[in-house]
Ligand binder design. Structure first.
Ligand code: HEC
Ligand code: HEC
Length: 582
């Protein structure tokens, strides 16, 4: 559109493309569901369609599409012995054993409510399973399962020289075999959301651990959208861009620009034993959910399903220490699909799994070679709500950057003028829970989309039809209770104390919440849901309680006006045990 000779640029574009709703609405992306076995056989799990594909890469053919139960949500895949592969069924709370030759499910074991990463130790013939509730399971091929209970939110177990390390998702740290927790550090940013942790071995060198994670700003983040609004005026130590406000007029910061990280940035950490971790920051790569290093150690491949549609949804870059400032996705014609998983063959071929359409992309000659596309079939799972939630906006952020897997990142953001705000979980069932945000300043979800997506994140405004469709997708993202195994008597005592101490007057109903705003320690706050609460430390709007016990103690003190010394330890322990089952 032109007026005179001045071109009119729409500064506030509206997306009014008619929304599309998939017949089965896809779950939020978790990524990393592909494993390439010796002999160039790829095993790829499809959580959107509840299928595991077995693909002969050399022949370019789909050998088997192993159909699972609806809602199984297959995740990580791990090779076992004798032509067997294991796949965690996150929706079913089971781990399936697959016969790859026959293309059949030979066993399904109920091991924990939300099994995530898997690691198979061939020497010990044992499968290690890391679960969201903190259970770390050791399941021998033959014999009884051994169970350890660690802190919640485990993600990937990895084996280095027969020793087991395990990552945690939101805290983005790594538990050593000795039980110490190592955390990658980077200037004034804090690691959060470790999407994928795996080992890499180059030649005869000792194995290294690679962790793909995000870095979140711990500096003040402006929320009103004017340039530098309210941000602290002193130049930040790392130069422009580290002020958490990014490069300009977007409230949640620029990002996506050369060496200027946004407030949540993609990073890769290389960790080995006692040596300090090396962290490579990738500020121009929006949310990435899987990473793999080529067998010669030269190349890093990333699955970047949050890329805008005119960019590839993967990145291949030389693996170098230091800043990956200029690493970015190339221009795309869309033929590769939306990549959610990456892996390499033993001879350096790159294999990528696209979520939509369901296909494998295989570059046999190396990460830059010509691509063969292997169609995996199945119904489309394109869904506008899913799309809006995952696509990065001009700020480099997507909703999923802070709400990974449709949940929360465990980060306490420091918003200028508002204070510390821990990201809220979205998987507790949000229908009928308006108003939103800790202090209830968002009257309804449509208002939140306008304010957060269009204003703070710099995304396009959405038509009413699109916002409504987005609401339906997001509100359907409800996960089951935590169900962490606990002493039944203690749980019963906890339920009784929860009622007797008046907790249930506010935390009521099956979501343990109400839509009321109440005065807690002088602040006006919405009563939050305690559904799945044990899975998301730290607690409270400002993250002040590190453990669930701390949070329960805090609540007893504040709501019952009880001095700390009079809080009864048995009450705290019992209520915490009860909440771990909710
Ligand atoms: C920079 C990180 C960040 C991004 C990006 C982000 N959120 Fe949030 N989200 C938060 C934080 C922090 C809170 C709590 C905010 C507050 O209380 O003021 C929150 C709260 C919410 C809530 C309220 C939940 C409740 O129970 O009241 C919803 C809904 C939500 N976000 C949805 C979204 C959507 C949709 C997007 C994308 C358009 C998005 N968020 C993008 C960090 C983020
Ligand atoms: C008057 C209403 C009210 C009562 C009674 C109440 N709570 Fe809360 N609860 C809240 C509010 C509001 C918050 C958020 C407080 C904050 O962020 O500072 C909260 C937060 C929590 C949290 C942390 C939630 C999160 O997402 O981090 C836990 C756990 C909790 N309450 C447990 C309890 C227990 C146990 C009791 C009984 C001893 C109790 N509450 C009594 C209103 C209440």
């Amino acid at each position: 559109m032109t007026t005179g000779c001045t071109e009119v640029i729409d500064l506030d574009p509206l997306d009014d493309t008619p929304p599309v709703e998939s017949r089965v609405r896809p779950p939020a992306i978790s990524g990393g569901t592909l494993t390439v076995l010796a002999g160039n056989v790829a095993v790829a799990a499809d959580p959107d369609r509840d299928v595991v594909y077995v693909v002969d890469l050399d022949a370019g053919t789909l050998r088997h599409a192993i159909v699972l139960e609806p809602g199984d949500e297959p995740g990580r895949v791990e090779a076992g012995a004798d032509g067997v592969a294991f796949v965690s069924l996150r929706g079913a709370g089971q781990v399936a054993t697959l016969d790859l030759q026959a293309g059949t499910v030979v066993a399904r074991r109920s091991l924990c409510p939300d099994p995530r990463g898997l690691a198979y130790d061939a020497d010990a013939a044992t499968l290690h399973v890391a679960c969201a509730d903190g259970a770390l399971l050791h399941a021998p091929d033959v014999g009884d399962v051994e169970r350890e209970l660690l802190d919640p939110d485990l993600r990937d177990p990895v084996l280095v020289d027969g020793q087991l390390w395990v990552s945690s998702f939101r805290a983005a740290d790594l538990r050593t075999p000795a039980g110490e927790r190592l955390s990658p550090l980077f200037e004034d940013m804090q690691p959060h959301v470790a999407w994928r942790t795996r080992t890499r071995q180059v030649g005869d060198n000792p194995a290294q651990i690679t962790m793909l994670h995000q870095l979140a700003s711990v500096r003040p983040v402006p929320i009103d959208g004017s340039p530098g609004a309210g941000a602290d005026d002193s130049p930040p130590p790392g130069g422009p861009g580290l002020d958490g406000g990014g490069d300009g007029d977007l409230a949640y910061g620029g990002g996506g620009g050369f060496c200027q990280p946004g407030i949540a940035t993609t990073a890769l950490s290389l960790m080995l034993g006692d040596e300090e971790a090396i962290t490579i920051r990738l500020p121009s790569v929006p949310m990435a959910v899987d990473a793999a290093v080529s067998p010669d150690g030269q190349w890093l491949a990333l699955a970047v399903p949050s890329s805008p549609p005119d960019r590839d949804s993967f990145v291949v870059a030389p693996l170098r220490d230091g800043d990956g400032c200029n690493v970015a996705a190339g221009a795309s014609d869309g033929s590769m699909g939306q990549i959610t998983s990456v892996d390499f063959t033993d001879d350096g071929g790159l294999v990528m799994l696209s979520r939509e359409p369901a296909q494998l992309v295989y570059r046999a000659e190396g990460p830059h070679g010509p691509a063969t596309i292997i169609d995996l079939g199945g119904e489309s799972r394109f869904d506008s709500g899913h799309e809006i939630f995952h696509r990065a906006t001009g700020s480099g952020l997507s909703c999923a950057s802070c709400h990974p897997e449709g949940g929360d990142d465990g980060h306490v953001w420091l918003f200028t003028g508002l204070g510390a705000r821990r990201t809220q979980a979205l998987d507790v069932g949000l229908a009928d829970t308006a108003p939103f945000h800790w202090d209830g300043d968002m009257e309804d979800f449509e208002m939140l989309v306008d304010e957060v997506l269009s204003h703070r994140m710099g995304g396009e405004r959405q038509s009413t039809a699109r916002r409504e469709s987005f609401t339906r997708w997001l509100f359907a993202q409800q996960l089951p209770p935590a169900r962490t195994a606990q002493d039944a008597d203690l749980v019963a005592a906890g339920a009784e104390r929860f009622g007797a101490l008046g907790c249930a007057t506010c935390h009521a109903g099956d979501r343990l919440m109400s839509n009321e705003t109440v005065d807690i320690g002088g602040a006006q706050l919405q009563v939050p849901s305690l559904r799945r609460i044990s899975l998301r430390p730290p607690f409270m709007h400002d993250g002040r309680s590190a453990t669930l016990e701390d949070a329960v103690r805090d609540m007893i003190q504040v709501t019952r006006v009880t001095p700390q010394s009079l809080v009864i330890d048995e009450d705290v322990a019992a209520i915490a045990a009860y909440l771990r089952t909710q």
